[in-house]
Design a binder for this molecule. Structure first.
Ligand SMILES: Cc1ncc(COP(=O)(O)O)c(C=O)c1O
Length: 291
């Protein structure tokens, strides 16, 4: 399997081998599965382009494992815990071409970016790539616990009946919630609203970056957005999240250095509440800049 820098795929043992953050996730939780290889992912703000990532992948095929022995690549279209890093527009397509050349499956992890979080139902729709497997969760259940694996029949049916499952698999109440979520999320009106929230939020965040000497970049897809502090340390982001908490605004940082603040508002938010939240963030950023 091939996973990428800044990936987060979960906390169970195999997914921890794929996840790329030592503390708090990996330290003390090994040993991990062998034969999981890591390749650089594009990260334009930190100088890693799609070309760099693809060259590194071809080196990996020469140095570590032959492409013919790789079962799959696993990639988030917008890396979530790793810092809200959207893949550049060309990367998923070029990666899929490499996969198709070598018979490697493309696994699209949409646990965080899926179910409307970036505008379309699935973030991979921004890239025009059809993955072989798609993993979903979080927003999919609209608050109820549900995860999904969707794939081409030839992949899904490779497992004998009963070979995939679990105590809570296919819970009817959670599935009913997911059907309601998907019926809503796939409407034009929902997508238009998500995109509008994205535009409003991005424009405020761009002002914050322009005013701050600590912030380096705004990035994201649709309303799945983040601001990154230039310094690779959690200090400034922690000051902002603490100042925001005192004002009643709960924020979550991310990134392997903890120096990114993610904005993932409920897509049902109204304009006034969004504006209020962003005002509180602005005040909290002001505190951090003054410190
Ligand atoms: C991209 C991604 N994949 C997988 C997971 C893990 O999901 P779960 O906690 O349901 O195992 C997460 C959780 O944050 C995630 O963001």
């Amino acid at each position: 399997m091939i996973a990428f820098d800044h990936a987060f795929h979960g906390r169970t043992n195999l997914t921890l081998a794929l996840t790329a953050k030592v503390i708090p996730y990996k330290d003390g939780f090994g040993p991990f599965a062998p034969e999981v290889y890591r390749a650089p992912a594009p990260y334009p703000y930190r100088g890693v382009t799609s070309d760099d990532a693809l060259v590194a992948l071809s080196h990996l095929f020469k140095q570590d494992v032959s492409a013919e022995h790789v079962a799959c690549v696993v990639l988030e279209p917008v890396q979530g815990e790793g810092g809200f890093i959207p893949m550049p527009e060309d990367f998923p397509r070029r990666l899929k071409e490499v996969c198709d050349q070598h018979g490697i499956l493309y696994v699209d992890d949409e646990v965080q970016s899926g179910a409307g979080r970036t505008g379309p139902v699935w973030a991979i729709e921004h890239y025009g790539v059809e993955p072989d497997l798609l993993v979903s969760g979080k927003s999919l259940g609209g608050g109820l616990p549900l995860a999904g694996v969707t794939g081409k029949a030839e992949v899904m049916d490779a497992v004998p009946p009963g070979g995939l499952g679990g105590t809570f698999g296919g819970n009817p109440v959670a599935c009913a919630a997911a059907i309601a979520v998907l019926n809503e999320v796939r409407t034009d009106a929902f997508r238009a609203r998500a995109e509008e929230l994205g535009r409003r939020t991005r424009s405020r965040l761009e002002d914050f970056v322009a005013q701050s000497h600590l912030l380096g970049e705004v990035r994201g897809l649709g309303p799945m957005l983040a601001i990154e502090f230039e310094e690779r340390s959690a200090e400034a982001a922690s000051r902002v999240t603490a100042a925001a908490r005192e004002r009643g605004l709960v924020l979550l940082s991310c990134g392997i250095y903890g120096n990114v603040i993610r904005i993932l508002v409920p897509l049902s938010i109204d304009d006034a509440l969004l504006a209020r939240g962003l005002d509180l963030l602005e005040e909290s950023l002001g505190d951090a800049d003054a410190a």
